[in-house]
Design a binder for this molecule. Sequence first.
Ligand SMILES: NC(=O)c1ccc[n+]([C@@H]2O[C@H](COP(=O)([O-])OP(=O)(O)OC[C@H]3O[C@@H](n4cnc5c(N)ncnc54)[C@H](O)[C@@H]3O)[C@@H](O)[C@H]2O)c1
Length: 330
Amino acid sequence: MKIAFFSTKPYDKLFFEKENRTYGFQFNFYETHLGPHIVNAIEDEKVICAFVNDKLNRQVIEVLAEKGVELIALRCAGFNNIDLEAAREFGIKVCRVPAYSPEAVAEHTMAMLLTLNRKTHKAYNRVREQNFALHGLLGFNLYQKKIGVIGTGKIGKAFIKIALGFGAHVIAYDLYPDPELTAKGVDYKSLDEVFKESDIISLHCPLTPENHYLINKESLDKMKNGVTIINTSRGNLIHTNDVIKALKERKIGLLGIDVYEQEEKLFFKDLSTTIIEDETIQLLMSYPNVLVTAHQAFFTTEALTEISQRTLRSISDLLSKGITDEDVLL
Ligand SMILES: NC(=O)c1ccc[n+]([C@@H]2O[C@H](COP(=O)([O-])OP(=O)(O)OC[C@H]3O[C@@H](n4cnc5c(N)ncnc54)[C@H](O)[C@@H]3O)[C@@H](O)[C@H]2O)c1
């Protein structure tokens, strides 16, 4: 049985080939992302394995169905990049990896917060030039700061545990508050209260039509001056131009983004010899109080092992037994 992988990187091959010793599937690896430009390249593959920036819109799904594709296996948690209605209509099954080391993303979130705050990235370069001065490196304690977490599912919860370890006061907003977190001292509040009261805001909700551009001019106006915002969830939760304006006005003190609205044109690629035409990201990257990482929060050995194990297990189970469990979207 053949599986076509899109947006493939060397590390995907490494981890999936290792796990495939159990299954013996045939893999076709495509480096390009999946979209209308490449969909016709599919030949006799019954399964498509896609990642976060592959575009699985109606047009693509229709061609996949015509070519006899039976299953789309997303090797990620988020599923905002697939038209599930179209997949249902064309009878294609869809699965994903709902949880793969939420700690990986949570730990990267804290790494971004600490880097921005304690400026270890600047200190690293500075001491290499024998500059041992401290001016410009002033940070603040996380101890007793108010950290607002939006979305307290698997990743939000893992991040909250870390934040509580720092002695921060965690307030949170979720459509479904978690009593286990309330018992640990987390205060669930309205979204507006989280915006108004937080020193630091960390986004851990999925991207949905309801929360598209959650961080925009209106919500930024409600926030404290100098607020820190970290987004390791999805780029479209943030209205980038509103955020740039808020950075210029000093409304946002620190910004950390592992995800970006236009990331599919940039992230996961080595563009070091290219002129990048996206002026928005260029502007963001030029600010000293902004840290951009290229969707790497998930990138640990543990997470890649779980992703490859669960994806291949779901493919095998779905095709042989038609099982339904939490990995299955359709
Ligand atoms: N940067 C990365 O490498 C990376 C890796 C994995 C996941 N992610 C992102 O992290 C997100 C969260 O992952 P998870 O595993 O914690 O998901 P999850 O489903 O376990 O938790 C999501 C939580 O968000 C809540 N929620 C949904 N809509 C909301 C809204 N409008 N406002 C507030 N809360 C809302 C849900 O009730 C749930 O508790 C994913 O959807 C994905 O976008 C990023």
